[in-house]
Design a protein around this ligand. Sequence first.
Ligand code: ATP
Ligand code: MG
Length: 256
Amino acid sequence: MIESDRDKIKDIPMSSSDTLIVQSATTSNGTVPLLSVEHASKVYESERAPVRALDNISIQIGSGRFVALVGRSGCGKSTLLNLAGAMDFPTSGHIRLDGVATDQLSESQLTALRREKVGFIFQSFQLLYTLSVIENVELPLLLAGHSDPRPLAWERLHSVGLAELADRLPHQLSGGQMQRVAIARALVHSPRILLADEPTGNLDTTTGNSILELLRQICKENKTTILMATHSAESASFVDTVVKMRDGHIEEIVRS
Ligand SMILES: Nc1ncnc2c1ncn2[C@@H]1O[C@H](COP(=O)(O)OP(=O)(O)OP(=O)(O)O)[C@@H](O)[C@H]1O
Ligand SMILES: [Mg+2]
């Protein structure tokens, strides 16, 4: 498949009914969407009643799209991000990343898929506090066995505007700077999809908006798909599409 074909795929909104149907795993020109969620349900077993966190969700998202997941606490946003990043699997239905069903892979194939194609950022940044900024950014490359991670880590740090803070420790940074480091780390291996769980949740509105602007820029310049769970009312003006969730369902898909 050629790259330009991938880029033509946009997120394909489904109907807004509770039983959303994906017409096909491929688009009309025969290409595969980067992320395809197909009738995915997720039920967590608990001591009391099982929790149905996702209920028969279907959506397809193409390369270079910036998509916000919004909805009340507990509606299933983080659960969907975890399935999209192959950190967890649906109880029924399928998640395909680049056409590959995540529930069909061996442990080693899953590790490779996550390392090559997925980046994660979180509300709490999750930096390693004993490592310097540059060491945090190069960590995913080191773990993947990269022999010379420093130049790539520098490049990424530069792209988020923090090259001059490379030698600091995370506790010497502001919240917004810590999130930029986390973004650089999540992007250092050039993933196809960046999953962001409330990336502005610990930031004031101005700093949060600068992070949203940075994510938008990354999405458009690198054609990285970004799926972001958020409570930020401001996010709608930065993303291409807002997916409104409620009680494990997709309630509405709104294109900005
Ligand atoms: N490991 C788990 N075991 C049992 N129930 C879980 C587990 N993880 C999540 N849940 C439940 O699944 C539902 C969806 O949770 P999820 O974390 O996806 O919501 P969310 O939309 O991300 O909420 P928030 O906005 O508060 O982060 C909730 O009812 C939650 O309590
Ligand atoms: Mg959540």
